[in-house]
Design a protein around this ligand. Structure first.
Ligand code: MN
Length: 321
């Protein structure tokens, strides 16, 4: 997924100044963003007043959309730097191509994990023959300074660990939950998990007090720590929790996102995460000149041009709203 916003504005994030040390219940409303011709997404991160949850720096929820007679998702080749992308589907499929030569169809409850490291480019599209429904989430994880220049790589994991309790089944997408670890490579203490609850179920999910957490609702009616969270919205939970009460009114699906608060201050612009405005400007220039980010083979269409840089210099900062 790409940030296709043509009026791209830089976002500064990271740093302890953003993190709420205590348990809170902060409901985040989605912002609707059009991605290409046929896909509208609900953007939960970055959000007004809440830019990150642990190293999670970007969260889009899309669908379920009926794309039976439509092309579905069509995101042309675009670059990434300083982050990992996580593709997670509940319905449909996404065909991933990247500049390393990867060609992989990602299906529901399989992990598509792309580590951009210093530079990669990729495209994402619904295959020509596709299921009627498309429903999923696209997420980015910021890479810490020590690892943000790693060689780019793509991982596809179809056999993820599942933690169960009565009425609850939790698939560990990234990081660790209740002792079960995802095979996906993580570079910071983090968790991403898909929670399936059966209608009427009540469960308490074990959490770590040093992590901050949020829960995204994918479908159904559920309460998180007593707060009803509707599909496409997200509840920020802060830190300092050892467990999380969940209640499903109907069958429901949630995504748990958490991690150690991200200490480093970041500059996010378009599809890049860096540490300075100069670094972002260089990445933008390299993409426009066709260097560094490689080439995606086989996508039927032109690559995405980078949006203009804003006139004001990009500087990482701490407490910014
Ligand atoms: Mn992307």
């Amino acid at each position: 997924m790409s940030n296709l916003d043509r009026q791209a504005t830089p976002s500064v994030c990271g740093g302890r100044g953003f993190v709420v040390a205590e348990p809170v219940r902060e409901l985040l409303a989605p912002r609707r963003v059009q991605l290409g011709a046929s896909t509208e997404v609900r953007r939960l991160l970055p959000n007004l007043g809440r830019r990150m949850v642990g190293a999670w720096a970007f969260v889009d929820h899309y669908g379920p959309d009926d794309i039976a007679d439509e092309p579905g998702m069509q995101v042309p080749p675009h670059p990434h730097m300083g982050l990992q992308t996580v593709s997670w589907l509940h319905d449909g499929e996404v065909l991933h191509r990247d500049s390393l030569g990867s060609l992989q169809t990602v299906r529901p409850r399989e992990l598509g994990l792309m580590t951009s490291g210093r530079a990669i480019s990729h495209s994402e599209e619904s295959p020509k023959e596709h299921a009627r429904l498309l429903h999923g989430a696209q997420l980015w994880v910021a890479l810490p300074d020590a690892h943000r220049h790693v060689e780019p790589h793509f991982q596809h994991h179809t056999d993820l660990p599942v933690v169960t309790a009565p009425g609850l089944s939790a698939t560990v997408i990234l990081g660790e939950l209740d002792g079960a670890a995802s095979p996906g490579t993580a570079y910071t203490p983090i968790v991403g998990a898909d929670l399936s609850l059966t209608g009427g179920a009540e469960a308490r999910l074990p959490l770590g007090p040093d992590f901050e957490y949020a829960v995204l609702s994918m479908s159904g009616e559920a309460e998180v720590d007593g707060v009803p969270v509707l599909p496409g919205s997200m509840l920020y939970l802060g830190c300092g929790r050892t467990e999380l009460p969940l209640r499903a009114v109907s069958d429901a699906s949630l995504m748990l996102l958490g991690g150690e608060p991200f200490e480093e201050e970041l500059v996010m612009f378009w599809n890049f995460i860096g540490r300075s405005g100069d670094e972002i400007a260089q990445a933008r220039k390299d993409w426009e000149e066709g260097s560094r980010f490689g080439e995606v083979q086989g996508y039927d269409g032109a690559r995405l041009p980078a949006p203009e840089l804003p006139m004001t210099p990009l500087k990482p900062r701490g407490r910014v709203r």
